[in-house]
Design a binder for this molecule. Structure first.
Ligand code: G6P
Length: 370
């Protein structure tokens, strides 16, 4: 078993450290800097459907749903098409309005999640076009899709998803860029900038893994006794906050909630006291000053602020009790970097609390029953 884990104590840690490679694999053969192009045969196969579509519906569960939520922000921004993100379990039962013009993107690591599979079968019967973004080759969802793309993250053993999530994010970025090209909604300049930034993600993830682990271990032991935690983010990183909270819940059993940073004024702020760690995903973006004022609001109520900050951001790091630095990048791509410290923080807090992080209680790797 030690050999299978490649020298790491757990599959989860091994999979976190594999991410520079798995993200690279998910981009390989698709992102071409020399030709400044994105090749995705699955999207090309349904190009006409995408041109006609008035909306894209994303269907998923769990961590894959968070990847879908990030895709909503990115696709709407770059492709100017309406995107709805649906929990498969809700979508399948509420008699959704589906037409032949609808394009559905299904996201699933296992390709076997029962709710997602049945939701797709129903939508397919009603004439929708199904695009599957799946990790497990030949899985049920891959087979019922009209077209698709594999995430190429390799087998994921840890129950809490890590490398499959970042591979989903990477391919969803490519999908957004490809659709934007098809629809002519992106300038060459922006396309090329994003392509270059995306290509740099693997080495930037590597930088985080090489430079922040001791810092994160220290922060994990400082806060491992917490009863609750709040994760806040805005815009492209709002889904990152949700994913950070889910990860912590799954493998530390600490109650955690993710919220849009400004929305915390409408409820969660009532929980803030000197014992509550509030984790801000505060990487640089076009409305960075907004999240800075949200941090000040938490500090004013004596909450403990842990911030994920961009390199060189003195303002955010000086406001925080503890901070974790990630390299600078385009705000559209930031979710790929910002989630890495959150995965590590959850892992080390889970370890401090003695949780079997690879197999947390009550959870299953793939949920093949309702
Ligand atoms: C389970 C797993 C999660 C996963 C979710 C959806 O809850 O524990 O890690 O995100 O199912 O699974 P899928 O295979 O469809 O992505």
């Amino acid at each position: 078993a030690a050999i299978e884990k490649g020298g790491f104590d757990h599959f989860m840690l091994k999979e976190i450290f594999e991410q520079p490679k798995t993200i690279f694999d998910s981009l390989r053969g698709r992102l071409d800097l020399d030709k400044s192009s994105v090749t995705l045969s699955g999207i090309e196969a349904i190009e006409d459907k995408i041109k006609q579509a008035r909306r894209i519906i994303i269907v998923a569960c769990g961590t894959s749903w968070h990847a879908g939520l990030m895709a909503e922000y990115v696709i709407e921004e770059l492709c100017r098409i309406n995107v709805e993100v649906e929990y498969a379990s809700e979508f399948r039962y509420r008699n959704p309005i589906i037409t032949k013009e609808d394009v559905i993107i299904a996201i699933s690591q296992s390709g076997e999640t029962a709710d997602t599979l049945v939701a797709l079968e129903n939508a397919k019967e009603q004439g929708a076009t199904i695009f599957g973004l799946v990790n497990v080759v030949g899985s049920s969802i891959a087979r019922i899709s009209h077209a698709g793309a594999y995430t190429h993250a390799g087998p994921e053993i840890g129950v809490a998803s890590t490398k499959a999530y970042t591979a989903q994010l990477a391919v969803l970025q490519l999908i957004a860029l490809k659709i934007a090209k098809i629809k002519g909604t992106i300038s060459d300049e922006r396309f090329n900038t994003l392509l270059l930034d995306l290509a740099e993600v693997p080495e930037k993830v590597d930088f985080i893994l090489n430079n922040q682990v001791e810092n994160i271990q220290r922060i994990a032991s400082k806060y491992s006794g917490a009863q609750d935690a709040l994760f806040l983010g805005r815009g492209f990183n709002f889904p990152t906050a949700l994913e950070g909270a889910l990860k912590l819940k799954e493998i530390s059993y600490i109650h955690a909630e993710g919220y849009p940073a400004a929305e915390m004024k409408h409820g969660p702020i009532a929980l803030v006291d000197e014992n509550l760690p509030v984790i801000f995903v505060a990487t640089k973006d076009s409305y960075h000053d907004k999240i800075i004022s949200n941090m000040q609001e938490i500090k004013a109520r004596k909450g403990k602020v842990i911030a994920i900050v961009s390199e060189g951001d003195e303002i955010a790091s000086s406001l925080a009790d503890d901070f974790i630095v990630v390299p600078n990048c385009n705000e559209v791509i930031a979710p790929l970097l910002a989630v890495i410290p959150l995965q590590l923080l959850s892992y080390y807090i889970g370890i401090e609390r003695g949780v079997d992080v690879d197999k947390p209680r009550n959870l299953a790797k793939s949920v093949t029953v309702e």
